[in-house]
Ligand binder design. Structure first.
Ligand SMILES: O=c1ccn([C@H]2C[C@H](O)[C@@H](COP(=O)(O)O)O2)c(=O)[nH]1
Ligand code: ZN
Length: 162
């Protein structure tokens, strides 16, 4: 056999697959978000998912939302997947890198993405597109020249057997 194998996964399938696998580590009962940062030459630099900071127990801090007292609301405590991926990177600069993320980044993540030098975002879901957080995020990303596009699934089932 002299020809290369057909049916291998694309770069976007590969890295979005890693982002999804990261999302599966999240304990958020409502929305699990995963992120994977990749260099310009397609090397994985970092990964992250939404969760509480180190030392803040998943069993003690609140996972609920909508409590009349914000103190008991997860939003005050969760670190977003994109920020975790940026902070998890130990190698120096993320200038020029790409971010694969399962949910379009919010405004706070957009700030961190821009300041970290990430130049491209590939996202899957945009379920909060109409919210001020996502609209503000796009406003900042557009102004800063960060490119973004939605991942188009190939429909291929990712399975592996030896
Ligand atoms: O940019 C983002 C936006 C949100 N997240 C996380 C934060 C929360 O854990 C969930 C959203 O929960 P909902 O109950 O759907 O509001 O997603 C993130 O990681 N990155
Ligand atoms: Zn965010």
């Amino acid at each position: 056999m002299s020809e290369k194998r057909k049916g291998y996964i694309t770069w976007d399938e590969y890295f979005m697959g890693v982002a999804k696998l990261s999302a599966m580590r999240s304990k958020d009962p409502s929305t699990q978000v995963g992120a994977c940062i990749v260099s310009e030459d397609n090397k994985i630099l970092s990964m992250g998912y939404n969760g509480f900071p180190k030392g803040c127990s998943d069993d003690e801090f609140p996972w609920g939302k909508g409590d009349p007292d914000d103190y008991n609301d997860k939003y005050l405590y969760v670190t977003h997947s994109e920020l975790n991926a940026i902070l998890n990177y130990r190698g120096g600069s993320l200038e020029g890198s790409k971010l694969y993320v399962t949910l379009f980044p919010c405004n706070e993540c957009a700030k961190a993405i821009i300041q970290a030098g990430i130049r491209t975002i590939i996202y899957e879901s945009d379920k909060y597109a109409d919210t001020p957080a996502t609209r503000a995020s796009k406003r900042m990303l557009n102004a800063a020249g960060v490119r973004y596009y939605q991942y188009s699934p190939t429909g291929r089932k990712i399975e592996y057997y030896v």
